[in-house]
Design a protein around this ligand. Sequence first.
Ligand code: GLA
Length: 391
Amino acid sequence: MSELLDNIAGKFLTLYKSSPLLVESPGRVNLIGDHTDYNDGLVLPATINKSINLGLAPNQIHRIRAYSIDLNESVEMNLNHLEKSDKQWFNYIKGIVIELDKIGVQTQGFDIVFGGDIPIGAGLSSSAALEGAVLTGLNEVFELNLTKGEMAKIGQLTEHNHIGVNCGIMDQFVNLHGQQNAALLLDCRSLGFKVIPFNRKDIKIVICNSRVSHNLASSEYNLRRTQCEEGAELLRKYDSKIVNLRDVSFELLEKHKDELATEVYNRCKFVLDENKRVIDASKCLLSSDFLAFGKIMFQSHQGLSEEFEVSCNELNTLVEIAKGQKGVLGSRMMGGGFGGCTINLVEDQYVGNFCENIFGGYKERMGLEAEIYITQINSGAKVLEADLKLP
Ligand code: GLA
């Protein structure tokens, strides 16, 4: 058992005098397809070898007691009086219980201890990992019989109603459905997905953490979503079948370009292009054409930066530095934007140089020390041990 799992079990025994069910729940990367999910579009994410580990066990006292190892903070609340906590991490746990209750699924009291190595607020979906961990744990110990799809939706509703981020379904979905050495080509409308193998030893997924997280991230994120909805609403006048941007064709968008505010047009154009890029990039993956895949990643970054305007100086700098490096096939910002990480596809033999040059170049240009992670694609959230035997 890892040191963290040992820690969790030990802390659980000290705090709650019981032994927990253990869950592992990963962070994610998105190879391509950003800001498409809440437009019912396509995405290509994968779960990685950075995760949250969580211990969970029922208690008989009708309360939630939770402890974060990394922050050394604990919160306790009565299940009948769940309210907003000043500890944001607890709001995810509380939100899940309330959202479950809304669909008629009740839990009894429970205890939690968790920790992990997914950097918080860095665009690797530490929040979806926490949601997936809590839901997987609750599902198991209270035998809730929820499907992974249902759990993903509860996680998403938790973000909407308890955190204030009107996110799409990508992060929660891949957290629960992710597979080892494969990305998921997910249709965010039907929630149907195709497993696309990604297991080339000679190509690495390298993540560069800009170490900035601009605080306009959630308000600008919600604004982008509203702008996309505004575009779809206007175009619906010309085709009543349009529900959202997924249903809009390039032809229709161009025909009515002048009726849309420039910003709204740019947002819509980006989403249509990005959906197409996901399809094209998936075909490249299937035919192992990583050169073409990488080119599409660069195009995606340009669109995110110039048309969707969710990048920032730090992310653009990381991509610019990457672009000039030997062995770099593709690079782009990833996730919601306004800070966080870039994702880079790098030929294995050049990874060492790449890391050095990114670190040095970013420090020189931005005065910041990037964190760099060479990731592997791991499976989605899962129960580790049904019944941990303590000494
Ligand atoms: C965040 C959201 C996702 C998705 C991405 C952008 O990660 O949680 O739903 O919208 O941003 O692709």
